[in-house]
Write a protein that binds this ligand. Structure first.
Ligand SMILES: [Cu+2]
Length: 349
C-alpha cells in the first residue's frame, strides 16, 4: 500500500481522478525512467489542478479581491456591519460589527474545512481607513471557543486582544477602539491560545490604512496567502491565495494593459516558515508593509514571513495571461497558483 503523504491524501479526499491517475502514473514511470507514454495532456491535467469547481455562494475569491468595508453588500445590508460618520477635524469615525462564527468552508472541490471565521468568511472582511480615522469595532463571539481581534498598528495595550484578560468568551462581546495609524498594509487576527490553531482555523483579515494624501489611482487587489491543514497534523494540505485552491487558474484576475495595478499582499500561512509570490513575464515595485511611499525593490518574486505584508505595484505591458504562484513549488502544486489576464493594446510604459 502506498504511504499516505499529504499529497496523496488530498487527492484521495476529493481531487479529480485525472490528477490522481497522473500522480500514480508518474510514480510508476519515474521508477522505470520511461516518460514516453507520459504525454502533454497528462501533465496539463496536473497543472490545472483539481477537477470541478468550488461553490462561490458563501465566498467568492474574486469579489474578495476588490472589496473592503463591506462594499460587496447592498447598501441596506452593508449598514448592519459598517457605518461611517464625519468628525469635526475632517477624519471619519468608522464603525464595524464583526462576528466570530464556526463555519465549514470549501477550499478545493469537495474538500471542506471546519473553519472558525470572522463574519462567516476566510479571510475575514477587509477593514480599510485613512490615517487618523477612528476605528470602532463591536466584536461578538458567536463561536464555540474564546476569541479576540488583535490588530497590527498603533493602539493602547487594552485594545491589543492578546492577553488572558482580553479573551472574549463564547456569547461575549468587546468594543475595540483606536486610531488608524500608521498608513500601510496591516492585518488583524485572533490572538487566543493556542495561537497557531486560532489563526490557522481562519481568524484573520486585512487592515489597510491609506495615507492622508491618497496613493495614485489604481486597480487595487487584496491578496491573502493562506494554507489549510485538513487532517490536523500541523502541516498544510491545501495552499491558496484567497482561500480557494487554484481559483484564479479558472477565473483569471482581469486587469487592463497599461493601468496601474496595486496588490495588497499578506502572508498568514501557518506551519510554514515563509511564503512567496512570483509573477511571470514582468516585474513589480515592492513597498514593504506599505509604510513608505518609496519603493525599495523592483523584482518578480517577493518572500514574506507569516504576518509580513507588502504593497506591490506594476503595469501590464502585454495583453494575455500571466501566471502567478508561490515560488515554493510544493505550495504551487497544492493550490497556490493563479492567472492574471490583461486586456487592451500593448503599452510599453
Ligand atoms: Cu480564536
Amino acid at each position: 500500500m502506498l504511504p499516505v503523504t499529504r499529497r496523496s491524501w488530498l487527492r484521495l479526499a476529493g481531487f479529480g481522478s485525472a490528477a490522481a491517475a497522473t500522480l500514480f502514473g508518474a510514480r510508476r514511470l519515474s521508477g522505470a525512467q520511461d516518460q514516453s507514454s507520459h504525454g502533454a495532456m497528462e501533465h496539463a491535467a496536473h497543472v490545472a489542478g483539481p477537477v470541478g469547481r468550488v461553490s462561490t455562494e458563501g465566498f467568492n475569491p474574486s469579489t474578495y479581491l476588490r472589496s473592503w468595508n463591506f462594499s460587496e453588500l447592498p447598501d441596506e445590508e452593508r449598514l448592519r456591519y459598517y457605518k461611517e460618520t464625519a468628525r469635526p477635524d475632517g477624519t471619519l469615525l468608522r464603525e464595524y460589527e464583526i462576528v466570530a462564527v464556526d463555519r465549514e468552508i470549501e477550499i478545493a472541490p469537495g474538500v471542506f474545512f471546519p473553519a472558525w471565521t470572522f463574519n462567516g468568511q476566510v479571510p475575514g472582511p477587509t477593514i480599510r481607513a485613512t490615517e487618523g480615522d477612528r476605528i470602532r469595532i463591536t466584536f461578538v463571539n458567536a463561536g464555540s471557543h474564546p476569541h479576540t481581534m488583535h490588530f497590527h498598528g498603533w493602539h493602547h495595550p487594552d485594545m491589543d486582544g492578546s492577553m488572558p484578560e482580553h479573551q472574549v468568551m463564547p456569547g461575549g462581546r468587546f468594543v475595540y477602539e483606536f486610531d488608524a495609524e500608521p498608513f500601510g498594509m496591516h492585518l488583524y487576527h485572533c490572538h487566543a491560545v493556542p495561537l497557531k490553531r486560532h489563526i490557522h482555523k481562519g481568524l484573520y483579515g486585512v487592515f489597510i490604512v491609506d495615507p492622508r494624501q491618497a496613493r495614485a489611482e489604481a486597480d487595487e487587489l487584496i491578496m491573502v496567502m493562506n494554507g489549510f491543514d485538513t487532517n490536523f497534523d500541523a502541516d498544510n494540505e491545501v495552499y491558496a491565495v484567497n482561500t480557494v485552491a487554484n481559483f484564479f487558474m479558472h477565473e483569471p484576475i482581469k486587469v487592463e494593459v497599461g493601468k496601474l495595478v496595486r496588490m495588497y499582499l499578506v502572508n498568514v500561512t501557518e506551519f510554514d516558515l515563509v511564503n512567496s509570490l512570483h509573477l511571470h513575464g514582468m516585474f513589480f515595485d515592492v513597498f514593504r508593509t506599505g509604510t513608505s511611499r518609496t519603493s525599495t525593490e523592483s523584482t518578480d518574486t517577493v518572500m514574506l514571513c507569516q504576518g509580513e505584508r507588502a504593497v506591490l505595484e506594476t503595469r501590464f505591458r502585454y495583453p494575455g495571461k500571466f501566471m502567478f504562484h508561490a515560488h515554493q513549488s510544493e505550495f504551487a502544486e497544492l493550490g497556490w497558483m493563479g492567472l492574471f489576464e490583461a486586456v487592451g493594446p500593448r503599452r510599453d510604459t
